[in-house]
Design a protein. Structure first.
Length: 367
């Protein structure tokens, strides 16, 4: 049996920890969100539920075992919104959805314990309120630990025609929303739901400059975008009267106001999918590492327990008796106090060791 030689690892001098952030670019095209697998409103990769409270989009027909969940789309409004009425379709559900997102992401305000209202700024001072919102909730598979600040880019069609939501030619009616003022250290506000930044549009997707507008907010740790419905009405729109935000299966056209109040949540989700040209962002994966400095002094580990190390009574790597012994390090084992093997690190190539050499090998465990 081979002899084991252990070298103690001292916590004070031989162990340290690090934190590394890895980022991956995530592009989502409108073709994935709408119309890739089947006819619009009946795509195989879009799942509607009997409760009717949100719509899920997959990268492949959702009945397939290889399908990956991408995003959930829903809509809602505050109970004080002009959309809120007993006659509105799914009125209670739309209010509940808005309150749920607000409670989780913003929390409560004041002594009356009322949930906060979304705002298109970083102040939460009851100004610039977004009482009617469209929510895009990204799957954890995509965003990992969080969305990287300053990387969100959403191109969305605000054209007045249902058939040409991005413009009559090119992208003349497609605004480009970015969290351009958000960085790792500024341009965001911390709430109970984590940090959030504002989505701004200063140009169309074709590069044409427009008057700056705010189109919503992005919550980085939660992986949620809240868009204000006003980007499809008023000054934010590039189309003229914007009469066709949505057309139902029967061909009836509705403005955003009509869609928010008279259409089911799935209908508004269909309209948003129809108008998404592209979404891109970078996700973030946090890797926590423990680094062990494994030290090999000059007078140890110069021999090998490998049976091929010797031939009879001679060491194969020595030409004459006066030569230094030498070994080649190929792996490191990390053991606990009970001499139980916990981890093995492999070197990319054998490393020579003899009495004239001291080695310190850096071994990293990622979590």
């Amino acid at each position: 049996m081979a002899v084991k030689n252990f070298e103690p690892i001292r916590a004070a001098s031989d162990i340290t920890t690090t934190r590394t952030l890895l980022h991956e670019a995530i592009p989502l095209t409108g073709q994935i969100v709408s119309g890739t697998y089947g006819v619009f409103r009946s795509e195989g990769n879009v799942k509607n539920y009997s409760h009717g409270m949100f719509q899920s989009v997959y990268d492949y027909p959702y009945l397939s075992s290889s399908a990956n969940h991408i995003i959930d789309i829903t809509t809602g409004y505050d109970e004080s919104s002009y959309h809120s009425a007993s006659s509105a379709t799914q009125n209670a559900k739309k209010i509940n959805i808005y309150n749920q997102f607000s409670q989780v992401l913003l929390g409560y305000s004041g002594s009356n314990n009322k949930v906060e209202v979304f705002e298109s700024d970083l102040k939460l001072d009851n100004i610039n309120q977004m009482k009617e919102c469209i929510f895009l909730s990204f799957s954890r598979l995509l965003i990992k630990d969080q969305i990287k600040k300053g990387t969100v880019n959403l191109k969305i069609g605000t054209g007045s025609s249902w058939l040409k939501p991005f413009g009559a030619t090119g992208l003349k009616a497609t605004i480009e929303l970015k969290d351009s003022k958000a960085t790792a250290t500024e341009g965001t506000l911390n709430t109970v739901g984590g940090d959030y930044g504002v989505l701004y549009a200063t140009a169309l997707a074709d590069g044409t400059t427009i008057a700056p507008i705010t189109g919503g907010v992005v919550f980085y740790q939660a992986g949620i975008i809240a868009l204000t419905s006003s980007i499809f009405s008023g000054a934010a729109t590039v189309g003229a009267l914007f009469p066709e935000f949505y057309k139902d299966a029967g061909g009836t056209a509705q403005k955003i106001k009509g869609a928010m109040s008279a259409s089911a949540i799935s209908g508004t989700a269909d309209a948003i999918r129809h108008r998404i040209y592209n979404i891109s962002l970078n996700n973030t994966t946090e890797i926590n590492s423990t680094i062990y400095f494994c030290r090999m002094p000059h007078n140890k580990y110069n021999y090998s327990a490998n049976p091929t190390y010797t031939s009879g009574s001679k060491i194969r790597v020595k030409n004459v008796a006066t030569d230094y012994p030498k070994s080649y390090v190929t792996s490191i084992g990390l053991y606990n106090a009970a001499e139980e093997l916990l981890a093995v690190a492999k070197l990319s190539e054998p490393l020579k060791k003899d009495p004239t050499i001291e080695l310190t090998l850096r071994t990293r465990l990622d979590y």
